[in-house]
Write a protein that binds this ligand. Structure first.
Ligand code: S3P
Length: 423
């Protein structure tokens, strides 16, 4: 593959199944692989990030058999010492550190160049406060976890991060006493939902979660909901090209639906149907129809965790809106798979749009669409590659996306979906 030229499209219209949720797939596999017994996780995402989690859990001694889109898991509670490679996946590395911190053994976790540049003090700090030993290279991977006895703490999270919350909660399972995690803003709650299904008692008081140590995990069979962060690409592609897009089985957990809140605020018409709840996660079918150019949006601190991964593609949408869009309090974007503030501004400008980087985000001015006729290098960042593809499809001249295979991290069928080869 490598480079893909995306032709301009008018009226991109598709009815598709939503790719499975990456966050839920990681958790369902990782937690069940650490549980006492057998389980099946259906409808898993077989993207590269989730394969990294599967490889790590196998290296630790769990059995994870993949048959189609089902993972058959036999968990283990005694983890073998083995080198653990998390690839591009921050979720794998951060959650594993929490899981291993109170176990017996020593492990070294490494990742690719992008993951090795991402901040890890956010997990080593709270784990150290719990008495844990996690050695880093100046706050970066490779990390060495020396399992030891932990004790509970009250941890006020300085960043809104579900990965940090999850790492602390996993460590708390094996700690003495109670751990309390206080969130500065509510983040995705898939960890809490799944842990409770696995028999863990968690209590909530406003923005604080408390978990008593000494609890073990009972295996649970789950079916993974669709990933709204992946659905965002075809949905926005429909909007900016004047088409009709239906995505079935989209995860609608309220901690993830910031995208729909933005659609509401700009005045985009969309429909949600076939709503159901399975395994504590709400899902539904989402249909968007281009309803003319809405007004610009303004997004900041409170909504950020509910749409953090959707910002690059929302910025593409902003180029087609009738007034300025402003994104603030998006510092976290700088430490994703790439610096997504800089990369998004670079993308918009390459396609002929108007974007300015600000201290904590960006401002995108309406440009009445995009010209295209350019080449974009996503630097291995899957969400930047897919946002560029949407920009190219909606532009006058189309555009080239280099290193296109990076979409395998979260949306392996993305290019087939775009070409209309997959439903
Ligand atoms: C994730 C949480 C988010 C998100 C990432 C997946 C998770 O990161 O950006 O793609 O599965 O917990 P942070 O928790 O670091 O904000």
């Amino acid at each position: 593959m490598s480079d893909v030229f995306v032709q301009p499209v008018r009226g991109f219209s598709r009815t598709i199944e939503c790719p499975p949720d990456k966050s839920i797939t990681h958790r369902a596999i990782l937690f069940n692989a650490a549980a006492n017994g057998k389980s099946e996780v259906k409808g898993i995402l077989t993207g590269e990030d989730c394969l990294s989690t599967i490889d790590c859990m196998r290296a630790l001694g769990a059995t994870v058999e993949i048959v189609g889109n089902t993972a058959r898991i036999t968990g283990t509670q005694r983890f073998r010492s083995a080198p653990l490679y998390a690839g591009n996946s921050g979720t794998t590395m951060r959650l594993l550190c929490g899981l291993l911190a109170a176990k017996q053994g020593e492990w070294t976790l490494s990742g690719d160049e992008s993951l090795s540049a991402r901040p890890m003090r956010r997990i080593t700090h709270p784990l150290e406060q719990m008495g844990g030993m996690v050695l880093s290279q100046n706050g970066h991977a490779p990390l060495t976890v020396r399992g030891t006895q932990l004790h509970g703490i009250r941890y006020e999270m300085p960043v809104a991060s579900a990965q940090v919350k999850s790492a602390v909660l996993l460590a708390a399972l094996g700690a003495y006493g109670t751990t309390q995690v206080v969130e500065c803003e509510p983040t995705r709650n898939h960890t809490e939902i799944l842990l409770e299904q696995m028999g863990v008692r968690i209590s909530r008081e406003q923005n604080a979660l408390s978990l008593q140590g000494g609890q073990s995990l009972s295996p649970v069979c789950v079916t993974v909901a669709g990933d709204i962060s992946s659905a965002a690409f075809p949905l926005v592609c429909g909007l900016v090209t004047g088409g009709v897009v239906t995505v079935k089985n989209v995860g609608l957990n309220p901690t993830r639906t910031g995208l729909l809140e933005v659609f509401d605020s700009v005045g985009v018409a969309y429909e949600v149907s076939d709503v159901r709840t399975s395994g504590g996660e709400k899902t539904g079918t989402v249909t968007v129809k281009n309803s003319g150019h809405g007004r610009g949006f303004s997004i900041g601190k409170q909504i950020m965790p509910r749409l953090i991964d959707e910002i690059p593609v929302l910025a593409v949408l902003a180029c087609f809106l009738g007034s300025e869009s402003v994104i603030t309090d998006a510092h976290e974007l700088k430490v994703k798979e790439s610096n997504r503030i800089a990369a998004t501004v670079r993308l918009i400008r390459a396609f002929g749009g108007i974007a300015e980087e600000t201290e904590s985000g960006m401002v995108i001015s309406p440009s009445g669409g995009l010209q295209g006729g350019c080449t974009f290098h996503p630097a291995g960042d899957h969400r930047m590659a897919m946002a560029a593809a949407v920009a190219a499809a909606a532009s006058k001249q189309g555009g080239r996306v280099c290193g296109a295979e990076c979409v395998r991290v979260s949306y392996p069928d993305f290019w087939q979906m775009l070409a209309g080869e997959r439903t």
